[in-house]
Design a protein around this ligand. Structure first.
Ligand SMILES: Nc1ncnc2c1ncn2[C@@H]1O[C@H](COP(=O)(O)OP(=O)(O)OP(=O)(O)O)[C@@H](O)[C@H]1O
Ligand SMILES: [Mg+2]
Length: 429
């Protein structure tokens, strides 16, 4: 949907990433590492991560993850909204969005009319504007049936023909996906120079805004782990659970919208592409470089070959951002801290991961352990060569385990803290 920014400006951000894991000294070890091992021998610990990456999935782990209520709830919710939609509108999408003359085009895709869009956005009133991105302007609007939606209006472009094709492709893509952790697509409009997408309105801002605390509260680590798990589920779904896999291509914190309960919904399929058709023997899609500086897979930049593992790389950058709260590129910081992922991975290797924790978070044992585990996963995702990166499903499984241990440790920290305070209260008596 968006016109690509010049390739040259995009290269800067990732050049630093390339050297990160390569600079690690690898010595043989085995198994997934404990945080104590990481502290004692960070290099061995990191090699352990690579070993874990190559070893077959832990079936117990996978089982608990796949059987988890949460994993089921994504699919169940999706199913539920599907049956709800057929009840309400007879469409395969989640909502009856027709006003008076919306057209039901291809199955499951609603075509809006200009009249309807003008009406609900009050002629694109600036007071309805909620954001601006590379694609264009985003408005909040209320349809006649009361549904609150986000209306994305593309910038007018000189290269209309090219954008029209892109837009049609995007609409097709959007209409095929449905998952609890992906922003729902409700419909579109293409008329003359206008290209508009109507989608689910997600009310609580972007992940980046929350990391910057602009909504007034600090995201605790438990919420950050939930968000990372949600994103991993959404991308796993795009890569593995639809007929033709989709590569998102622009995973970043401003493309993760949060609900009131601080759960994540991934948006902006503006860059998404069909993944290669494995049955036909293709292993990658050759394409123009697109994405956002700082999140781009160095192998994709070098070869122009896009695979699902490019999303995994961006997800690794996102994981580091999530726990450090730093942007992937911090031009104002001193040179060795400018590329956040490179700096953070170096800190991990030096056994000093804790120094990279978002200063807004407490340095509790649970936070410290989760941070190390998240960094270890990020390190795998940031492997320079795609075959050394885990797939997204594996990332989701690992995150699920990290989160489980985090909750257990937090609960026991809480219990021991309250027994200490009880003991000190009874001593005083
Ligand atoms: N579905 C939505 N619900 C609520 N707010 C949204 C929605 N989509 C976008 N926004 C808001 O509009 C802003 C702009 O979104 P947009 O995707 O156009 O740009 P961006 O993600 O900031 O940058 P880029 O163009 O590089 O993706 C977002 O930051 C968010 O605040
Ligand atoms: Mg966006």
């Amino acid at each position: 949907m968006k016109s690509p920014a010049p390739t040259t400006s995009r290269g800067n951000g990732s050049s630093g990433h390339r050297s990160t894991p390569e600079s690690l000294d690898c010595s043989p070890t085995s198994g997934y590492t404990s945080s104590t091992a990481t502290r004692r021998n960070p290099v061995a610990a990191i090699v352990g991560i690579f070993t874990a990456c190559f070893s077959p999935p832990d079936t117990n782990n996978s089982k608990s993850f796949m059987d988890s209520e949460e994993f089921k709830s994504s699919s169940v919710a999706s199913e539920a909204s599907r049956s709800e939609s057929s009840k309400v509108s007879g469409s395969s999408r989640g909502i009856n969005i027709s006003l008076h003359n919306s057209i039901q085009g291809e199955p499951g895709i609603v075509k809006f009319t200009m009249e309807e869009i003008f009406q609900v956005t009050r002629n694109f009133s600036p007071s309805f504007k909620i954001g601006q991105g590379g694609f264009g302007t985003v408005y909040k609007a209320k349809l006649l049936n009361g549904t609150v939606v986000a209306v994305k209006r593309a910038k007018k472009s000189v290269n209309e023909k090219h954008l029209g094709v892109e837009f049609q492709r995007e609409v097709q893509t959007l209409s095929r996906v449905e998952h609890l952790n992906l922003v729902k697509f409700y419909g579109y409009l293409e008329q003359g120079e206008e290209r508009i997408v109507v989608m689910e309105y997600v009310p609580n801002g972007t992940l980046r805004e929350h990391l910057d605390c602009i909504h007034g509260s600090i995201l605790d680590l438990a919420s950050r782990l939930d968000i990372a798990t949600d994103v991993a589920h959404a991308i796993t779904y795009l890569h593995m659970y639809i007929d033709r896999p989709i590569i998102h291509r622009d995973i970043k914190s401003s493309n993760i919208l949060l609900t009131e309960n601080l759960r994540a919904k991934v948006t902006d399929f503006g860059f998404s592409r069909q993944a290669a058709d494995i049955d036909s023997g293709m292993t990658h899609v050759s394409t123009q470089v697109k994405g956002t500086a700082g999140y781009l897979d160095p192998e994709y930049l070098r070869t122009y070959q896009l695979t699902e593992k490019s999303d995994v790389y961006s997800f690794g950058v996102l994981l580091v951002e999530l726990v450090t709260a730093r942007r992937p590129i911090e031009p104002k910081f001193e040179l060795k801290e400018r590329i956040t992922a490179k700096w953070a991975m170096q800190r991990l290797v030096e056994g000093e991961a804790i120094s990279a924790l978002d200063p807004k978070l407490d340095r509790t044992a649970a936070n410290s352990l989760a941070l190390e585990k998240i960094f270890e996963l990020a390190l795998q995702c940031l492997a320079p060569q795609r075959q050394n990166r885990p797939n997204m499903k594996k990332c989701a499984e690992i995150l699920w385990t990290i989160r489980k241990h985090y909750r257990e440790l937090s609960a026991s920290e809480f219990r021991s803290l309250s027994s200490i305070s009880q003991r000190s209260a009874s001593t005083k008596e």
